[in-house]
Design a protein around this ligand. Structure first.
Ligand code: ADP
Ligand code: ZN
Length: 712
């Protein structure tokens, strides 16, 4: 490749490609082994979670091996994204699909015949027309990659009939290595892929399901979900890309309008909008980098935007599968992302009712009921959410993850046995005909006429629940329904009935420990965002994003195609000041350095911080921390005392040490120096020195001045 520069010794061609073209230092997880397998002509089945880095597993072997890598991909939009991104790296890539004109197709076929492409993306339905097969017969092929390989599974939700034919590739070209990749890794799907694609001899690489960069958080909605959402966005995701899922179209409209009224860019998306509006909103979402889409679950298929920093649910999904798929759209780039949900009693009732009312047969209903119960269980859980999620999919995580709400702020539980007995017995005494609001009124001894009409002011549970607020009772009922101690009626009036499971509680044979209502409004103290400590860093981050946006807009590509968030974050972290240093940033290969290096370097230099503490300063600071006085350090290092103070002033300015660490001055002395410094124009030291009648060394004054700049 033209873009490659000379290869350092002992670097494999694959690693060299990773470093010079893609600008990454090392392979991740199984990537190196997978790529080896392919480069050496073997087949591979790769099960890797979203964001794990599947694309490089076939892109690099395609570049390293002779000939073109053929990538079968089911979604046209994804193909275009990938090709666009590859070209940015200087990789010769193209796609063949129905969006091309005849002339464009001819052009690409010519490039193929001339051996000018490294990668060709193709839609499955295009493979088996005679023309493509003839063409493939005439060219050198490096490998076949089958993206989204689970589409071959008839039981999955993404089944593509054209995928069934893919085994023919192997029959026609038995010598060419194949790699099938997917993020859907459960055992039945895996076996079906192996069967249907004839991958019995392929190496199996399974990295499981976990999405470690996603932080799972689930909190109660006590009727204020919108406000909670806004606070969450304001606190943690100002200017970020996000998806907000709602159950109904009306709610989507409400929330989008409301967020917009608060100054955020929020667009609605649901099946009731015209095709044109949906398309416009989806395109804006894909392209822009400061945008929120509020959507029903109709939104999502084919959304492969890597920089989605949060997915929020304002309603409970009806299964863990749905929850995992929807939250999985966050953080595809592997950077920290949040999956945030607020749900309440009404969600639980609505979902239970919807399910009971469905006309599915009994067996189907049982499955659905189980799925909903699992989702409810996850929501009410008091232990690690990730462990529970993974376990649901048959994966295990030995330790609590440390990156979910329950791990970070372990919820308190309380003995809810007595309260539950009161609630359950109130359901019983009122004849199992009433809904939550009425039951709570009875428990709290409301004066309502209706209660008197039914004579429920005379029953033993009337007014026995005054110690809990209405909100607390709603939380309790939610948990009783979630745990199937109470059922919601099928007729849809919302009346509650006892289940068999309630009996041992009522009889006092079982205790019930429940999650304490969390102070959800407190928010999360430990943020899970690309965070920067200093204000200056935020400025730099924003300036880098602006630069990226400008370059992206000029070419009509999404911002992330220029650089991923991870690359910008690395720039902020390491603050390169030369092109050479910039080239060492993760995600900057030779081509991108050539195209964008100058522009970003300008921004970096303009925002550059004072030079980092140098080695010699470090040495002084070290001696100081070992208890040596400045004068002793000067002796030991054969430096002047002023130079030593100079070092210490630098270290103070960088926040490495405090003024107290460096010099011993009492408060009065410091005050006097402060005063003198304030009188001095532009902080010059000579007048200060004179004003203090030479009592203090210039170095001491420097230290005090540095500490003032540090804490003004
Ligand atoms: P997947 O297809 O598995 O969802 P991608 O191939 O899109 O994941 O990779 C996810 C992100 O991780 C991308 O931003 C990609 O550039 C980055 N990435 C992949 N491999 C590496 C690596 N070895 N080092 C650093 N970043 C990587
Ligand atoms: Zn956890």
């Amino acid at each position: 490749m033209a873009a490659m520069n000379s290869s350092p010794p002992n670097t494999s061609p694959a690693l060299h490609t990773l470093q010079s073209i893609f600008g990454y230092e090392q392979f991740r997880g199984d990537q190196a082994e997978i790529i080896d397998q392919l480069v050496n002509g073997g087949d591979a089945l790769v099960l890797m979670p979203t964001g794990g880095g599947k694309s490089l597993c076939y892109q690099i072997p395609a570049i390293v091996r002779d000939g073109v890598g053929i990538v079968v991909s089911p979604l046209i939009a994804l193909m275009q994204d990938q090709v666009m991104a590859l070209r940015q790296y200087g990789v010769k890539a193209a796609y063949l699909n129905s969006s091309l004109t005849g002339a464009e197709m001819n052009e690409i076929e010519n490039q193929l015949r001339n051996g000018e492409l490294d990668l060709l993306y193709i839609a499955p339905e295009r493979l088996f027309n005679g023309r493509t097969m003839d063409l493939f017969g005439q060219i050198k092929i490096a490998l076949f990659a089958i993206d989204e390989a689970h589409c071959v599974s008839q039981w999955g939700h993404d089944f593509r009939p054209e995928y069934i034919q893919l085994s023919a590739l192997h029959e026609r070209f038995p010598e060419i290595p194949r790699i099938a990749v997917t993020a859907t890794a459960d055992a039945p799907t895996r076996n079906e892929i192996i069967q249907r694609l004839a991958l019995q001899d392929a190496g199996l690489f399974n990295s499981g399901f976990d999405r470690p960069n996603i932080r799972y958080r689930i909190s109660e909605n006590s009727g204020n979900a919108r406000e909670l959402l806004l606070r969450f966005i304001r606190n943690e995701h100002e200017g970020d890309v996000g998806i907000v899922y709602c159950l109904s179209r009306k709610r989507v409209e409400d929330v989008a309008t409301w967020l917009s009224s608060k100054g955020l860019t929020a667009l609605p998306y649901h099946a009731g909008l015209s095709q044109k509006i949906r398309q416009t909103n989806q395109e804006r979402f894909l392209r822009e980098d400061n945008i929120i889409i509020v959507a029903t679950i109709a939104f999502g298929m084919g959304i492969d935007k890597p920089d989605v920093r949060f997915v929020a649910h304002l309603n409970l999904p009806k299964s863990i599968e749905a929850y995992y798929q929807e939250t999985g759209r966050a953080g595809r780039d592997g950077q920290p992302a949040n999956a945030w949900m607020a749900y309440g009693l009404q969600d639980v009732i609505t979902l239970k009712q919807m399910q009971e009312k469905s006309d599915a047969d009994e067996q189907h209903k049982r499955v659905e009921r189980h799925k909903l119960d699992s989702m409810l269980g996850l929501s009410e859980l008091t232990t690690c959410r990730r462990q529970a999620l993974l376990q649901y999919f048959g994966d295990t995580l030995d330790q609590p993850c440390g990156n979910c709400d329950n791990c970070l702020n372990p919820p308190e539980t309380w003995d809810a046995t007595v309260a539950a007995q009161k609630a359950l017995s109130c359901v019983h005494r009122t004849g199992q005909r009433f809904g939550v609001n009425y039951l709570i009124d009875v428990l709290r001894g409301s004066e309502q006429e209706r209660i008197k009409q039914f004579g429920h002011d005379q029953i033993s549970t009337y007014g026995i629940g005054k110690e809990h607020s209405t909100t607390e009772w709603r939380g309790l009922f939610r948990q009783l329904i979630s745990r199937s101690l109470l059922n919601v009626d099928i007729e849809g009036h919302g009346s509650l009935r006892l289940t068999e499971a309630a009996r041992p509680i009522l009889q006092g044979k079982e205790k019930l420990m429940l999650r304490k209502q969390s102070k959800a409004s407190k928010g999360d103290r430990k943020r899970n965002t690309t965070q920067f400590n200093k204000h200056a860093d935020t400025n730099l981050w924003n300036a880098l994003r602006d630069c990226r946006k400008k370059l992206a807009d000029e070419q009509g590509v999404p911002a992330y195609v220029v650089f991923h968030d991870a690359t910008l974050a690395d720039m902020v972290e390491r603050q390169p000041q030369t092109l050479e240093q910039l080239g060492r940033i993760s995600g900057i290969g030779v081509r991108k350095l050539e195209n964008y290096g100058e522009a970003f370097l300008d921004v970096l230099v303009e925002h550059s911080q004072p030079a980092p503490v140098s080695d010699t300063v470090d040495e002084t600071v070290q001696l100081l921390s070992q208890g040596m006085a400045p004068l002793a350090i000067a002796h030991q290092r054969d430096l002047t005392l002023t130079t030593v103070y100079n070092h210490l002033a630098k270290a103070i300015g960088q926040g490495e040490i405090e003024l107290d660490d460096a010099i011993e001055l009492d408060e009065k002395e410091i005050k006097a120096i402060h005063f003198a410094l304030e009188q001095s124009e532009d902080g010059k030291l000579k007048p200060v020195y004179d004003a203090l009648e030479g009592d203090y060394d210039y170095g001491v004054l420097q230290c005090v001045r540095a500490s003032l700049l540090q804490h003004p």
